[in-house]
Design a protein around this ligand. Structure first.
Ligand SMILES: [Zn+2]
Length: 289
């Protein structure tokens, strides 16, 4: 029997993706997480692996992780690396530490958000290296989706673990709380400078066309910006009016997420002095020239 998660058809709960990369699913499928959060084990069976991200904190995830470690002949975990503070990536840390007490947990600091988790975290700096049997990982600071976001570059495979910066399914959200579209676009351009053969995303399947995918992500945002500028060239608008026009062919249940996306563009355009916000409820936006 294939080991598949209901609601995430054709997406296996665990997978051996290369000699030193295994994927263990967080078992939290939803409209926002696709088949659920991917967590990754780095290292060869027989060795001492590290775990990247921990899912949202479901007990069945810990069982799945333990079963996979045993089945593949891994020794106990040596450390945890986190991509960012969002709950579907950091939420399982306490459970994993319960099973592997005392191992270090590394994360780029975001003190205001980190303190919600009451964890002892080792601060990561941009460029920091993590090495083990068969792998050399380099931390790459990639703000935009979240200000603490780290991607990890795996030298041996020229592969990038992208967390929520590039996804195998769905679209990256730029939240009002801690997200920043200007930083996100800078991050995508920074990733374009890496020598990449593969992307291991935080949600969805492996991406084997990394250059095309990053170019597609950039083009998508620039196209959306053009649509917003074009809407505003016809007069002043609220976010909702722009969403109803730009996303008119999409179901209304997506409009809240679309509003967040439009607002992230307006924040960027306002910071560039290209758009003005008239404060009100709701605020209206006008084009500046
Ligand atoms: Zn996230």
């Amino acid at each position: 029997m294939p080991d598949l998660l209901p609601g995430a058809e054709n997406f296996p709960r665990t997978a051996v993706l290369s000699e030193q990369v295994h994927r263990v699913l967080g078992l939290n499928p939803s409209a926002f997480t696709g088949p659920g959060t991917n967590t990754y084990l780095l290292g060869a069976p027989g060795g001492t692996p590290l775990l990247m991200d921990t899912g949202v904190g479901l007990p069945e995830y810990l069982d799945l992780l333990k079963a996979h470690l045993a089945r593949e002949g891994f020794r106990p975990l040596t450390r945890i690396l986190l991509t960012h503070v969002h709950g579907d990536h950091i939420g399982g840390v306490a459970d994993v530490l319960g099973e592997f007490p005392g191992i270090p947990v590394h994360k780029f600091p975001w003190p205001e958000r980190d303190r919600a988790y009451d964890l002892s975290l080792e601060p990561i700096v941009d460029g920091q290296l993590f090495t083990g049997d068969g792998y050399t990982l380099r931390a790459v600071h990639t703000p935009g989706h979240a200000q603490d976001h780290i991607c990890y570059y795996l030298k041996e495979e020229r592969a990038l673990f992208t967390g929520d910066v590039i996804l195998g399914v769905g679209t990256t959200v730029i939240p009002q709380d801690g997200g920043n579209l200007t930083h996100y676009l800078d991050t995508l351009r920074k990733l374009q400078t890496l020598d990449l053969a593969r992307i291991y995303p935080g949600h969805g399947p492996v991406i084997d066309t990394p250059r095309e995918k990053i170019a597609e992500y950039l083009a998508h945002r620039l196209q959306r910006e053009q649509q917003i500028l074009s809407e505003l060239s016809g007069g002043r608008h609220t976010v909702e009016e722009m969403v109803r026009s730009i996303y008119r062919e999409y179901p209304e249940r997506l409009y809240a997420a679309a509003g967040q996306s439009v607002l992230s563009h307006l924040d960027k355009l306002e910071s560039e002095g290209r758009v003005a916000r008239e404060h009100g409820d709701p605020p209206r936006f006008t084009l500046l020239d």
